[in-house]
Design a binder for this molecule. Structure first.
Ligand code: DGL
Length: 286
């Protein structure tokens, strides 16, 4: 349960950007954030000790989101990116109410871009059960052209399989969920757009692509979320000056925390985002 609004310490341009997810899915968002703002420092919290979120209730996810945002604010975060569709759907409204001064940026399945780019009018959305059942997602769905066929597929177990780098389970579940939303062969009644509505799923983009015909577009939200975060920091005057104009390589640091096993997060970073690898620490208990 949320208490009365907390006053975040005044954020400063030199502070880091906070990022959290139930686990390693947020690495797909962090990668895009670092590409867009290479000069920024980040603090990443993986809530692996409480993952997966997608098959838990809203209240649980809201409580976890509150705890993690509070921890990020405690680390001096000048903005918080909720790098998790499930937590965004369950908690972003309350986080924004609770920290009115803090830019809180969320992620949501890319339905609007999918609606704009589909030619056949058939779209599939892969997401967690928590995201798909949320009122926030249902509102987003209701805003789309009713003539569109949007096939929403809950992908039970997939985030967990990716979390544990379980290649055979990942491949099995991706094929199963594609089969349930297809057939995907080219034709006017087949989906031509796949929305990855969980931040874990773009980590295995190569697998999705290898299972789909080449005309299918696969959409995720890393780049738009990074752009939105950039805009919010520009608006609030908190963007850090680039150290070297036009430098493509990130110069900012990432501090890593987990509520699960440190080795698990370190292994995942080496696997998915080796360029940002560094020592991980347990998230201090309050
Ligand atoms: N990565 C998260 C999302 O975007 C959640 C995965 C999970 O914990 O179930 O929804």
């Amino acid at each position: 349960m949320l208490n009365s609004p907390l006053q975040a310490p005044p954020p400063v341009a030199s502070g880091p950007i906070g990022v959290f997810d139930s686990g390693i899915g947020g690495l797909s968002i962090l990668k895009a954030l670092r590409q867009r703002m290479p000069q920024e420092d980040f603090v990443y919290i993986s809530d692996q000790g409480h993952a997966p979120y997608g098959e838990r209730g809203d209240e649980y996810v809201r409580d976890r989101s509150q705890v993690l945002t509070e921890a990020l604010v405690g680390f001096g975060a000048k903005a918080v990116v909720v790098a998790c569709n499930t937590a965004t759907a369950a908690a972003i409204h309350e986080l924004r109410q609770h920290w009115p001064q803090l830019p809180v940026i969320g992620v949501e399945p890319a339905l609007k871009p999918a609606a704009l780019q589909t030619r056949t009018g058939h779209v599939a959305v892969m997401a967690t059960r928590g995201t798909l059942n949320s009122p926030k997602f249902k509102r987003l769905l209701a805003q789309q052209d009713p003539g569109l066929d949007i096939r929403c597929q809950p992908c039970d177990g997939l985030a967990d399989a990716i979390e544990h780098l379980d290649d055979s389970r990942i491949a099995h579940l991706c094929r199963q969920y594609l089969a349930q939303t297809g057939p995907w062969t080219e034709g006017s009644s087949a989906p031509d757009t796949l929305v990855l509505g969980c931040t874990h799923y773009p980590l295995v983009l190569r697998l999705w692509l290898s299972e789909l015909p080449p005309h299918v577009k696969v959409l995720d939200t890393g780049a738009p979320v990074a752009e939105q975060t950039y805009r919010r920091l520009v608006q609030s005057g908190q963007l850090r000056e680039p150290t070297c104009a036009g430098s493509p390589a990130p110069t900012g640091q990432v501090s890593w925390f987990t509520t699960g096993e440190v080795e698990h997060l370190e292994r995942a970073i080496r696997h998915w985002l080796p360029e940002a690898a560094g020592p991980c620490k347990p998230l201090p208990k309050r």
